[in-house]
Design a protein around this ligand. Structure first.
Ligand code: FE2
Length: 426
């Protein structure tokens, strides 16, 4: 006997609704009119089903600290960094853990079941590492949390960063992070990339660097990252996050850079909500958008995912950890309004993100883990337009979040009409 059949579900690639059967936490079959019996049936009501949302770039150690010890009045990166430095001495492992668990509940409620979070290792106490490793273990039945050892205050700039980063990896943090544009000089930035990639090569780990998160077109550490990836044979395991300097670079140089990145099989993560607010702050008018070249990188065959980066923290005063909000912003900032481009924005917070994290068993195919989200809409483009309720969130075939479809009582004349605001409008 099957464990579950999800009936009348519309797949992201269109076509007639299908049934999805599940046994032992895995998808067995996807086709119309499955006749077998199951212990449980769920009616998806012709709504869109998708594999879960993936946040490929987040900071769970800083999240939900908005207002502690004060708010970022200017909204700038520099005030955010100053604020984080003020807050760090006050942090406790218990408080970090409590906030991170609260964030995970928001994530699950919105159908985000995989998050790659950077964790600051600059403080030798490694409180955030300890707290987030506990969160990772406790949330594992519901959400995949992948941690990146992140030397926020610089890898070479802070003398103890190397020892702290290696200890974090020994404790179980699984990705090597860095911040080359924050090192003292361009040369030290390049040297940090070399050393960090060597650590990853020695330990067989992936790399994910905050790379060139600046409007300075001369910040070219992604070039070093591509080169070290090739030299050490790390192809496919290395991610450049942010890459905002690419927005400001000379087109001729970029025409050389993107093929180098493709050759190294770099993954790219753009963070549109954050970079549209933080970059371009030294500009008067016109103001640069500060998002990396998403369309051009994707056209060269690179995986380009979108991350949320921040929710209610020193750098960003808003956010609800809804990856559809992220994709919606990325679509607008990147002017990706063609139909295929809009669908690629949906994939940037689902399948492409899963490839960045290297998730096993992700997807809507037989044999994949039955992690499935039902949205109150018909297709991925409608999902981006409406950011609709997540009617069901399933993890390994079990419902871990659900809500009633949104309806509005309209009284526009005689009587009242029950109205579905998420129904197709055209
Ligand atoms: Fe970040």
């Amino acid at each position: 006997m099957l464990d579950l059949i999800l009936r009348d579900a519309r797949l992201p690639d269109g076509g007639e609704p299908v049934d999805i059967s599940v046994k032992d936490g895995r998808i067995v079959e996807i086709r119309p009119g499955i006749k077998e019996q199951a212990l449980e049936e769920i009616d998806a009501g012709g709504h869109l089903v998708t594999a879960p949302f993936v946040d490929s770039h987040f900071h769970m150690d800083a999240t939900l600290t908005y207002g502690l010890p004060r708010v970022n009045e200017s909204g700038t990166l520099l005030e955010g960094i100053a604020l984080w430095a003020e807050l760090k001495p006050e942090l406790t492992a218990a408080a970090i853990k409590e906030r991170a668990l609260r964030l995970c509940r928001l994530s699950v409620a919105r159908g985000t079941l995989a998050v790659r979070s950077h964790v600051d290792i600059s403080d030798g106490r490694l409180l955030a590492v300890e707290a987030l490793l506990e969160v990772k273990r406790e949330m594992a039945p519901y959400l995949d949390l992948q941690l990146v050892a992140f030397p926020q205050d610089g890898f070479l700039r802070l003398p103890e960063a190397r020892a702290n980063l290696l200890r974090a990896l020994d404790l179980g943090v699984e990705v090597v992070g860095g911040i080359p544009h924050f090192e003292r000089t361009m040369a030290e930035g390049a040297e940090s990339v070399r050393q960090l990639c060597e650590i990853a090569a020695e330990r067989g780990l992936p790399v994910d660097l905050h790379c060139d998160e600046t409007d300075d077109p001369n910040s070219r550490h992604v070039e070093s990252l591509a080169c070290e990836t090739q030299r050490l044979g790390l192809q496919g395991r290395v991610t450049g996050s942010h890459l905002t300097s690419m927005h400001s670079m000379d087109n001729y140089y970029v025409s050389k850079l993107i093929p180098l990145m493709a050759e190294a099989e770099l993954k790219v993560v753009a963070n549109p909500l954050i970079n549209i607010t933080i970059q371009g702050r030294h500009d008067s008018y016109p103001k640069r958008r500060g998002m990396t070249r998403v369309k051009e990188l994707a056209a060269a065959g690179l995986d380009v995912a979108f991350g949320h980066d921040c929710v209610l923290d020193p750098w960003y005063s808003l956010g609800s950890h809804d990856m559809l909000e992220v994709a919606h912003m990325g679509l607008h900032v990147g002017q990706m309004t063609g139909r295929a481009e809009m669908r690629s924005c949906f994939e940037a917070v689902t399948a492409t993100g899963a490839r960045v994290l290297g998730l096993e068993g992700y997807g809507l195919d037989p044999g994949c883990r039955a992690d499935i989200v039902v949205l109150q809409c018909r297709d991925p483009i409608e999902a981006l337009r409406l950011k609709p309720p997540r009617l069901f969130v399933l993890r390994a075939g079990k419902v871990i979040a659900c809500c009633a479809p949104q309806r509005v009582e309209l009284s526009l004349g005689e009587g009242t009409e029950s109205f579905d605001p998420c129904a197709p409008a055209v």
